[in-house]
Design a binder for this molecule. Structure first.
Ligand SMILES: Cc1cc2nc3c(=O)[nH]c(=O)nc-3n(C[C@H](O)[C@H](O)[C@H](O)COP(=O)(O)O)c2cc1C
Length: 212
């Protein structure tokens, strides 16, 4: 636990990356696994994560970033784009059931009741509500990445400052039934990033917690 708390004290949302430093493939693989292992409501994981690592695509994506985020896109080692599966349908649930069936080695009929429960839950939601629900799950995956990275001494920046329509267009996400909801860059802090010296500001515990 000490390692975890220490790593969270070490991390901050980087505002300037050292563009000369790249995250090693084995660390990227571990971060992908952290995102993969992320929990989600009913286990549906209603999102995909697009990872931009070529300089060319990072430069293109910078056109969809707001303010300083464009510099972060260009200088970071990798950009993780968390994109929801838009307007979830019975098909998404069917794919999930097949995955459970395959991975647990149980007949698909054995999980049909669970599938009906999820389909029934989704059927009561409007498209907007489904997209909001999917985005909440994607944010949990984002948190997994943000909290795992410092355990590897990798820096990260969570980001909402981008134009989702533009990012969707650059990555061709509309055609895939996806839409970007939140983004994180990973890489290494630049020596000149003044933010690393700023004291972390959090609510005091007596304001944050209500213990009954
Ligand atoms: C969902 C989310 C969106 C954020 N969007 C941006 C962003 O667009 N650009 C940016 O520089 N920082 C962004 N941040 C970073 C926060 O400002 C930062 O995490 C917060 O001030 C807490 O500080 P710390 O993470 O450095 O400890 C975002 C953080 C979160 C969790």
């Amino acid at each position: 636990m000490t390692n975890y708390i220490e790593s969270q004290k070490w991390r901050y949302a980087v505002k300037k990356y050292d563009a000369t430093k790249k995250v090693a493939a084995q660390d990227v693989a571990l971060l992908k696994e952290a995102v993969q292992l992320s929990t989600s409501s009913v286990g549906l994981q209603p999102y995909k994560v697009i990872i931009a690592e070529s300089q060319e695509i990072k430069e293109q994506l910078a056109a969809g970033a707001s303010g300083n985020n464009a510099n972060l896109f260009r200088d970071a080692s990798h950009i993780f784009i968390f994109a929801i599966e838009v307007n979830l349908s019975a098909e998404n649930v069917e794919r999930y059931l097949l995955n459970i069936s395959g991975q647990r080695g149980v007949p698909v009929e054995a999980v049909a009741g669970f599938g009906d429960y999820i389909k029934g839950f989704l059927a009561k939601l409007t498209e907007e509500e489904k997209n909001t629900w999917a985005a909440k799950q994607a944010y949990i995956a984002l948190a997994s990445l943000i909290h795992a990275a410092p355990l590897l001494k990798v820096d990260a920046t969570p980001m909402e400052g981008f134009n989702a329509e533009k990012i969707n267009e650059i990555l061709g996400l509309d055609e895939k039934g996806l839409s970007a909801v939140v983004i994180a860059t990973i890489g290494y802090r630049h020596d000149e990033d003044a933010q690393q010296h700023a004291k972390k500001v959090r609510k005091p515990q007596d304001e944050l917690f209500i213990t009954l």
